[in-house]
Design a protein around this ligand. Structure first.
Ligand code: SF4
Length: 318
């Protein structure tokens, strides 16, 4: 058997189970943002630009999802530049039969495209096996995240983690929730810095953390109708800022932030990300916790002066 088709992606709405069942190797990426995206004239989301660079360089195929305009534009530019791209339409609305049907049709369209590029059309038994494997991995990671914080999620992404050293013990550090858009490759340094100045991340509610993992699959139906179970878990359950209405995102925050024991929320968003702009007040209201907004850019993973702002926030929470 030849090498498997390598399919790269960044969106949590691309199911690795489906890619595996299509005979592909799923590579979920946390690409590195370019420091030049801090320049105000750039105007494009630093993460979408990083995904565009990754599409030009990683994997045989890159799957983009239509979760925001910036990602759509990145997909168009990658395709125009000659990359082999698939744009997965993810319905913005929630839990209606039409939305689930659309998402299922999109997965089937993806399977046909991958089959034409060297993969295969998935069979139900292979899909159910892949679902069990991926679910077991996610459960291990979630259990580990309760002890190690955001570092545990490294296992769900292609490429090595980039943390500088072992996680320091929580000690008297202030418990915090990290909420918002995706972390890039360089943000391991930010997580380490938060630890070094007295914060302890007890909940990773970013796009690359616990919030966007699908819920447990319905075990009673997984063998009989795996595609339907997969579609319900991914299209009907992930509480993301891209979904309309955003009640599920706020229900998740209202439940998970207090449960985690976090005393404050760090709201992170890549610079020029509109979907996560202007959520700070609503998150504070929903969680009953103070919120500090942080824009992420460049190699430092943070704007100058960010350490001082985090320190002042921690002081306030002590
Ligand atoms: S970080 Fe924001 S603007 Fe950028 S791709 Fe994600 S949702 Fe879109």
């Amino acid at each position: 058997m030849g090498e498997r088709l390598r399919v790269a992606y960044v969106s949590p709405f691309v199911p690795p189970e489906w890619l595996e069942a299509c005979g592909a190797e799923p590579l979920r990426l946390r690409p590195r943002r370019d420091p030049r995206d801090a320049v105000p004239a750039a105007g494009a989301c630093a993460f979408a630009r990083a995904a565009l660079s990754a599409a030009r360089g990683g994997g045989d195929v890159f799957v983009f999802a239509t979760t925001c305009d910036q990602m759509r534009r990145a997909a168009e530019r990658a395709a125009a530049g000659g990359a082999r791209v698939f744009l997965l339409n993810v319905p913005a609305t929630w839990q209606t039969p039409a939305a689930l049907r659309l998402y299922r049709e999109e997965l089937e369209r993806l399977a046909r495209a991958l089959a034409a590029w060297g993969g295969r059309v998935p069979d139900p038994a292979a899909l159910a096996d892949a679902m069990r494997r991926q679910e077991a991995l996610r459960e291990e990671v979630l259990a580990e995240a309760a002890r190690r914080g955001p570092r545990a999620f490294d296992r769900l992404f292609a490429g090595p983690g980039a943390h500088a050293g072992p996680e320091p013990p929580p000690g008297r550090r202030v418990p915090l929730a990290l909420v918002g858009g995706p972390l890039g490759a360089q943000d391991a340094a930010l997580v380490d810095r938060i630890a070094s100045i007295g914060g302890h991340i007890v909940l990773d509610g970013t796009e690359t953390g616990a919030r966007t993992l699908p819920p447990r699959f319905d075990r009673r139906r997984i063998d009989a109708e795996p595609v339907a179970v997969l579609v319900e878990a991914y299209a009907g359950s992930i509480p993301d800022v891209s979904r309309r209405p955003d009640d599920a995102l706020y229900a998740w925050l209202r439940r998970e932030v207090p449960l985690s024991g976090a005393r404050g929320v760090l709201l992170v968003r890549p610079v020029w990300c509109d979907p996560w702009a202007a959520h700070a007040e609503r998150i504070a209201e929903a969680t009953g916790r103070p919120v500090l907004s942080l824009d992420l850019d460049g190699d430092a993973g943070a704007r100058p002066g960010m350490d001082g702002r985090i320190e002042a926030f921690l002081e306030m929470l002590r």
